[in-house]
Design a binder for this molecule. Structure first.
Ligand code: PEP
Ligand code: MG
Length: 580
């Protein structure tokens, strides 16, 4: 028996037989050609390109029929790459220059592109290297007339164990048969993670060397709640996880019965539960989990996609699609939060000494009014399609907020003079995620219609602990008395001005924090959609007076250890073990 830990990207517990998927690159022949043969090699390349395009288009039609538009962006990226004149040009130029066969030349070009992306500072771009690699393999298969191993043919239930999955493999695979995914590489924003969440397949990624420890047919446990994979478990462990898996499935069925019910406390306070999304394709899962709306759409993911910067029209369409899909439910779209850990080379928001404290989010937008105003125009234009709310990230104080609001007013004036319709009364809010904003929330509350607390950053800046550094992760404490005092201050200041308060940081979806947040008076909780039923269950089981009592007690405590112990004990007396 061996236990490996990785990154939990899609929850659940699965015990199953491993299907080891090793889709190795075929050997690539290399032979010299004469100048007279170059044209023939180009023709072979174009033929392979045509076949790969037809294949991707067919896959797109099939994927759309199976899962709506969720797979489109990957296939669109492939189609874009396949018909990219730059790519074709590079292959043709290298053929003329090197005089080797086209398989070898094409793969050299691909390898260079992949290397460039893989060494990028930007995690998102690094993950996109897989798209290029996938396209290269497709072309190679056609050039070598090689049949691909297909996950579409799986006919029994398996846990898929692999080094990495090509996006097209993930789309093609027989999802009914794949019960769990365990992968050497990958993180929370990788393709596999996004798709696993949207198909609700339990997945643990970033396991480093799972493929070295598993043979096809081995029994494997994927614990997507704890982020662990157990290979070849002893009989006792196997039995224990089998029963946890059954419990998990029963719990999911039980929780899904709450989807249509309101998140109302026992004494009648109605709480709004919303979802956080990164890509428009997630709206289906948002609705199926009974969300009241979208509390945070991280719009920067639209800008991180391959294919360059989205135009005003493209942005307007993407925002409009989300509003349409949500059918009148509220959708809060956050303006660009690039910089920090979300860097992008085109915008040169990189190479900073202290990126987390640097040129990011609203600071960056105010310095680039061209980009900021384009996004604001797109947002306002889309506002006629639903209940849009606009939110500014990383506001540090009143002056910065004033500048953002002035830019918005300018855009409103422009649209009015161009007679372009938009909703005048779109509510405007800000993220409260910097301590100075929390401490001046009484001032800020006079200028906006809502707050949304970003605890991911607020905790990072309050405790001075880098949220991405695992060596100081032990200091990242949502129950730190300093954090709780700031939360109380923000909520009290906002409520004094009748401004509603949402929370869209991870803390909002942590079931252990639900009662404390309720007691502090939070109005809206926004979290990843799959978390909603469990948080709702807790809200429906407690009363505000109980929650306020819990808050009264923990506010007197001196450390997060003491607070967490107390809250855990309180929760354990009332509920089944929590999945954190
Ligand atoms: C936050 O900081 O809590 C938040 C929701 O924003 P992000 O995680 O995108 O920084
Ligand atoms: Mg943030």
């Amino acid at each position: 028996m061996k236990t490996l830990s990785g990154i939990s990207v899609s929850p659940g517990i699965v015990v199953g037989k491993a299907f080891l998927f090793v889709d190795e690159k075929p050997p690539i022949p290399q032979y010299a050609i004469s100048s007279a043969q170059v044209a023939g090699e180009i023709a072979r390349f174009k033929d392979a390109q045509g076949k790969a395009v037809a294949e991707a288009q067919a896959l797109k039609i099939r994927t759309e029929a199976e899962m709506g538009s969720a797979g489109d962006r990957f296939l669109d990226a492939h189609l874009l790459m396949l018909s990219d004149p730059d790519f074709t040009g590079q292959v043709e130029a290298k053929l003329g220059e090197l005089h080797f066969n086209v398989e070898w030349v094409m793969y050299e070009v691909i390898a260079e592109l992949v290397k460039r992306l893989e060494t990028s500072q930007d995690a998102y771009l690094r993950e996109r290297a897989v798209d290029i690699y996938d396209v290269g393999k497709r072309l190679l298969d056609h050039l070598l007339k090689r049949e691909r191993i297909s996950l579409a043919d799986l006919s029994e239930e398996v846990v898929l164990v692999t080094h990495n999955l090509m996006p097209s493999d993930t789309l093609l695979m027989n999802k009914r048969m794949v019960k769990g995914i365990a992968m050497d590489v990958g993180g929370k924003t990788s393709h596999t993670a996004i798709l696993a969440r949207s198909f609700e397949i339990t997945a643990v990624l970033g396991l480093s060397e799972i493929t070295r420890h598993v043979r096809g047919g081995d029994t494997v446990i994927v614990d997507g709640n704890a982020g662990a994979v157990i290979v070849d478990p002893d009989p006792k462990t196997r039995e224990r996880y089998l029963s946890s898996s059954k419990e998990w499935q029963k719990r999911e069925v039980r929780l899904s019965t709450l989807n249509e019910l309101p998140a109302e406390t026992r004494d009648g306070k109605l709480i709004s539960l919303k979802a956080n999304i990164e890509v428009p394709e997630e709206t289906e899962s948002v609705l199926s989990h009974g969300a009241d709306g979208i509390g945070l759409y991280r719009s920067e993911f639209l800008f991180l996609k391959p294919g360059g910067f989205p135009s005003e029209d493209a942005q307007c369409e993407a925002y409009g699609q989300v509003l349409d899909a949500m059918g009148g439910k509220a959708v809060t779209i956050r303006t660009l939060d690039l910089g920090g850990d979300k860097v992008i080379s085109e915008l040169r928001v990189h190479g900073e000494k202290n990126p987390i404290l640097g040129w990011r989010a609203i600071r960056f937008c105010l310095a680039r009014p061209d980009l900021f105003k384009t996004q604001l125009r797109a947002l306002l234009r889309a506002s006629v399609r639903g209940d849009l709310r606009i939110m500014f990230p990383m506001i540090s104080g009143a002056e910065e907020l004033g500048k953002a609001l002035a830019a918005l007013e300018e855009v409103r004036r422009e649209l009015r003079s161009e007679r372009i319709p938009f909703r005048e009364e779109v509510p405007i809010g800000i993220m409260i995620e910097i301590p100075s904003a929390a401490l001046t929330s009484d001032i800020l509350a006079r200028k906006v219609q809502f707050f949304s607390i970003g605890t991911n950053d607020l905790i990072q800046y309050t405790i001075a602990v880098d949220r991405g550094n695992e060596r100081v992760a032990y200091l990242y404490e949502p129950f730190h008395p300093g954090v709780l005092r700031l939360l109380r201050l923000i909520i009290d200041n906002a409520h004094a001005m009748s401004v509603p308060v949402s929370m869209c940081g991870e803390m909002a979806g942590d079931p252990l924090a639900t009662v404390a947040l309720l007691g502090l008076g939070l109005d809206t909780f926004s979290m990843s959609a799959a978390r909603i039923p469990e948080v709702k269950q807790i809200i429906r089981a407690v009363s505000m007076s109980e929650a306020e009592e819990v808050v009264g007690t923990i506010m007197e405590m001196k450390s997060s250890v003491e607070i967490e112990k107390y809250v855990s004990g309180w929760m354990h007396e009332r509920f089944e073990p929590l999945a954190r």
